[in-house]
Design a protein around this ligand. Sequence first.
Ligand SMILES: C[S@@+](CC[C@H](N)C(=O)[O-])C[C@H]1O[C@@H](n2cnc3c(N)ncnc32)[C@H](O)[C@@H]1O
Length: 125
Amino acid sequence: MANRIQLIQGSSIDPEIISRVHAMTDGHQRILVCLDSNHTHEHVLAELEAYAPLVTPGSYCVVFDTIIEDMPADMFPNRPWGPGDNPKTAVHQYLKTHPEFEIDKQIDHKLLISVAPDGYLRRVA
Ligand SMILES: C[S@@+](CC[C@H](N)C(=O)[O-])C[C@H]1O[C@@H](n2cnc3c(N)ncnc32)[C@H](O)[C@@H]1O
């Protein structure tokens, strides 16, 4: 079980990929999830619903590029995301119905510069 690395290729919100990832976690005591694929609100929210439940209490779901919310609107002209539609908006929506997670602001403050402000979600229950 220990130190085994597996690559699973496909869309992170494909139900078959989701179930293969879930199967991979069987028997593990501590799980940290990082989300860093398609940065639209809808996609990240679907990833949170799919993978955040895998996070073990005391560990984290790290959602990258929440910074998009704080960047100029014309910064991503060739991308489907931008202010109002990005990982941070997904995080804030997800947290409304998932009190088992809290944003760990201490990590933001320690990092000083980060692409993931409000993106370190600690599982508290
Ligand atoms: C911001 S990059 C992150 C790369 C990766 N975290 C790394 O450090 O190498 C986003 C990556 O997500 C991939 N991606 C885009 N849509 C995806 C999806 N639906 N499922 C899985 N990966 C996706 C892209 O191909 C790209 O490689």
